[in-house]
Design a protein around this ligand. Structure first.
Ligand code: SF4
Length: 418
């Protein structure tokens, strides 16, 4: 760790930290590490093909920076803005959220029905949560789903499947993920996030190349002097642009669990669940720990979601003590989930409950109006399994869409906790 001017009230921040930097002059301020200048250079390079993939909360959060009512859903203008910046393709990370649900739900059923791995299964979509376990509780790593996060799946799928279908040399692709999450800047350079490089035998290629937060994108757009209001709505590019409502509600706490439950039901029974199964009201809301019980093909499955690290500790202690009664637990390190992500626009500091609620409402309102409710009905998801992955948990899916974890307990030096 580097030494800082002010050490009495700070956690040291390494100068090489991939996600945040310390502003020494402002004493206690940290800021996310910006990468958009690198993306601008890639856009100007005629040999590069720049592909943006956007997370759901960007669409619900970007508008207010430009004076729209908080929670305005500005998907069309956001896509148009990225094309104006010079994107070659704009894809929806919700497509990969659907892919994550397919893999994660299949993994859950495999654990329950075939008793293949430790129970309960924790989600793996939040890099801050995964690093917390790797550092402080490596003994429970087998409980974390091997299914990568949506951004983790989007990268290798673009560089293998999308590149092949579009006739693009994958080495030319510069993958840029847009997200409200600063911790994703730490996730994507991870050692194991080069599955496409191994698959295609292209040394040094990364699955995802850059992460830009909502706040960073807003700064870039303002610097370019874009008139966001006057932009004409644009659609995502096809092939990896369609997404179900299930992928959309990923952005809220409980969204992953709800979406995975819908798809697990279909995989196990061959039928879609009844309408009231979809509105898992007990898992919506604001409480730090929420739970619900569902029944799939005669098997009761106990679901829980937890957000905010203090609440997470409670569940982790239960798992360590062997007293946890849940089967599937969604974990989000930020209070309120990604809605409270470090890269959300700071039109209000701290973000008020009203703004948070407007973002959540925007996602669920859009989900309710979407013709596609289920990832397994998404034509782009059917296409990627037919043409590329064959089926969830296939050998290729395991190579590109699943990951492993590191024991980082030694990072604590003498203060090790196991
Ligand atoms: Fe990132 Fe926070 Fe969402 Fe975790 S909960 S993925 S740290 S924004």
């Amino acid at each position: 760790m580097s030494v800082h001017k002010f050490t009495d009230n700070q956690i040291p921040i390494d100068k090489d930290n991939l996600a945040i930097i310390l502003n020494e002059d402002l004493c206690i301020s940290t800021a996310e590490r910006y990468e958009y200048q690198e993306v601008k250079k890639a856009i100007l390079d005629p040999d590069k093909i720049v592909i943006f993939s956007t997370s759901p909360l960007i669409k619900a959060g970007l508008g207010e920076v430009f004076g729209f009512t908080p929670g305005s859903f500005v998907e069309g203008k956001m896509v148009a803005a990225l094309r104006t910046l010079g994107a070659d393709y704009v894809l929806d990370t919700n497509f990969a959220a659907d892919l994550t649900i397919m893999e994660e739900a299949s993994e859950l059923l495999d654990r329950i029905m075939n008793k293949t791995k430790s129970m309960p299964q924790f989600t793996n979509c939040c890099p801050a949560w995964v690093k917390f376990v790797e550092t402080f509780y490596p003994n429970i790593l087998p409980h974390i789903s091997s299914s990568k996060s949506p951004i983790g799946m989007q990268g290798p799928t673009i560089k293998t499947y999308f590149a092949k279908q579009r006739g693009i040399n994958p080495e030319q692709i510069v993958n840029v993920a847009l997200t409200p999450c600063t911790a994703k800047k730490f996730e994507i350079p991870g050692e194991e996030m080069n599955a496409s490089s191994k698959e295609l035998d292209i040394p040094d290629m990364r699955d995802m190349d850059y992460v830009i937060t909502t706040r960073e994108l807003a700064k870039w757009l303002k610097e370019e002097g874009l008139n966001f209001h006057e932009l004409k709505d644009s659609d995502y590019d096809p092939l990896m642009g369609a997404a179900s409502g299930a992928g959309l509600i990923f952005g809220n706490t409980g969204g992953i669990m709800e979406a995975a439950a819908r798809t697990a039901y279909y995989i196990a029974t061959g039928k879609n669940p009844e309408d009231d199964f979809l509105n898992l009201l007990p898992v919506r809301g604001k409480d730090g720990i929420r739970s619900a019980k569902i029944n799939i093909a005669g098997t009761p499955i106990r679901l829980a979601l937890v957000h905010g690290i203090d609440n997470v500790m409670h569940i982790v202690d239960e798992v360590v003590a062997g007293k946890c009664n849940y089967d599937f637990i969604e974990v989000m390190a930020c209070q309120g989930g990604c809605i409270g992500g470090g890269g959300e626009p700071n039109t209000e500091i701290p973000m008020s409950d009203d703004i948070r609620k407007s973002h959540i409402d925007a996602l669920y309102k859009k989900d309710n109006g979407m013709p596609l409710c289920f990832p397994h009905e998404n034509p782009d998801i059917k296409g990627v399994y037919k043409e590329h992955y064959e089926k969830p948990l296939s050998p290729l899916a395991k190579r590109l869409l699943h990951t492993s974890f590191q024991d980082r307990n030694n990072d604590l030096g003498l203060k090790q906790i196991v």
